[in-house]
Design a protein around this ligand. Sequence first.
Ligand code: NAP
Length: 249
Amino acid sequence: MTHLLILGGTTEANALAKTVAELGIPATYSYAGRVGNPRPQPLPVRVGGFGGVAGLAAYLRDHTVTHVIDATHPFAAQMSANAVAACHQSGVPLAALTRPAWVEKDGDHWQHVPDIDGAVAALSGAPQRVFLAVGRMHLQEFATQPQHRYLLRLVDEPGTLPLPNCDVVVSRGPFTLADDQALMQRHEIQLVVSKNAGGLGARAKLDAARALGLPVLMIDRPALPQRVELSSVAQVLDWLAHSGVNLGV
Ligand code: NAP
């Protein structure tokens, strides 16, 4: 009997969950448990880490998972590497549902850095008003550059923040160009720091930066082990059908 495990926490995973539920394919949606108010899903949900590769392999076995779809964020490199290793060990087919990286267009002024540390290093220098759009998990690293005034956009109301000088907007995407442009103007932003997440939901800040002529510090994606990569729900359904899943359509 088919049992999909969807590693989630993204717009792509949510879209997949909706389709899978509509088709009546047995599946479980997995959240890391990072946010306080995760979106409800039309599938059974489990929350929290598995306990590394061994924990995930045990989960696959104990819950007779037949297919894993890694629809995590392109920067969730640890989870994705664990999924490749655990599925390989367990002989469970794995595909990633991911989105192409953003590409610089005419009018963009991007400085590429390889990772968070690179972004922190690039921020040494005179104080600026910085839209730090990297999520909550990595704010601590930026505490070594406390001279800037940071604008943070977070999914949950934060507790104590490691940055002395910041404004916080609590909001969940997708965002629009008009709203992001207005937000950046209101906060007199001079620099945007972004992960190269790809996709539409978080793209607006880059379009707004281009419209306002602002530079972007672009954190490139982490390297991931080789795996089957798909870029749409339709492709996932094709892959499942080719892997022997009866989609009933
Ligand atoms: P990560 O660094 O790759 O993962 C760290 C650990 O968190 C994993 O080893 C795993 O713990 C657990 N984990 C991560 N995703 C999980 C999931 N979907 N289900 C169960 N456990 C999970 O991941 P991250 O960058 O912190 O991202 C965490 C979650 O937030 C992911 O679901 C991702 O899709 C979502 N997200 C991340 C970003 C981002 O910028 N990184 C942005 C938007 C959404 P164990 O080793 O114990 O299994």
